[in-house]
Design a protein around this ligand. Sequence first.
Ligand code: FAD
Length: 326
Amino acid sequence: MNPFEYIEPGSLEEAAALLAEDPSGTKPIAGGTDLLAEVKDGIERPRRLVSLAGLKELQGVRSQNGHTRLGAGLTLTQLCEDSRLQRDYPILVQAAYTIATPQVRNIGTLGGNLCQRPRCWYYRHPLFPCYKKGGSICYGATGHNRNLAILGGGASFMVHPSDMAPALIAADAQLEAFGPQGFRIMPLEEFFASPEDQPLQEHVLDKGEVVTSVLLPTPSQNTKSVYLKARDRVSEDFALASVAASVTLDGRTIIKANIILGGVAPTPYRAHLAEESIVGKEIGDLDLQQTANLAVHGARPLRYNEYKVSLTANLVRRALQGLLNL
Ligand SMILES: Cc1cc2nc3c(=O)[nH]c(=O)nc-3n(C[C@H](O)[C@H](O)[C@H](O)COP(=O)(O)OP(=O)(O)OC[C@H]3O[C@@H](n4cnc5c(N)ncnc54)[C@H](O)[C@@H]3O)c2cc1C
């Protein structure tokens, strides 16, 4: 493991300035559950780590301008145990409970979850100079690709590993970032970047920027949502495929639907065709198998991951059946 300097800045401004002056060598660290494993394995070799853990702007759950604001420094355990989130955004609590183990959730943060790096074996192995580490090849395209992408692959077939990302996008979350230019807010869906657009990171943060919070709109009384995740082991495992589904009803008519897939594409994947197939329809007129098939329309499985196509479609069907009591 390379030696590195460790700094605890006194303010958000100081953290952003430290990160901006040396973007290639200085990394932010929150809980460290992902980053320190990368440093120990020689995947990341930072000269400096800037801790975000003590920054008060990143803490807590509170109301802000009609939104619920989740600080990026919120641990996943704090998120699971927050009574407001349990009541108003159960999909987030469901997703957080599927992550890792209690020990990781006690330390791992929301911001770190959204900014974590790929879990592909080739990326995580120090001897493979894969595309996501600055190389020119995605070894997963022809190698061990059981866990990799069936949708949206190209320069890389990594899958986005975050469980919180699909659930938050289904809840119409926005993301707030702070950097040398100040604060900016974007729809969370626009935060994630394709490997073609950003080979060396999975998001659109600029130099010196950090995630400060996630903002959630007030949920409508008529909206129901659920997070389902398929994995090899029930504990401490990433999604083979997941679905975050949210539907809003007017009587028995679906007036809005968010269907976001995890574990199947380099970014959280919105199943547009599946959403469009149910919006405006009466519950009794739905063909959920057709909707489930539309969710994976255009899938291009690799040699060892064809199973993900039916697995994902089945998750979508089960999620909608549960939400609509069908
Ligand atoms: C055994 C194990 C199992 C896991 N299982 C799952 C799982 O099932 N699902 C899942 O989603 N995740 C899983 N994880 C991944 C991850 O460790 C956790 O999700 C955790 O939330 C990461 O948060 P952290 O604060 O520890 O991040 P860190 O390790 O501190 O940081 C992760 C990355 O994000 C960057 N970063 C951190 N905070 C910010 C910020 N505010 N702004 C900008 N960049 C930031 C860091 O520079 C680093 O690149 C697992 C991890 C382990 C070790």
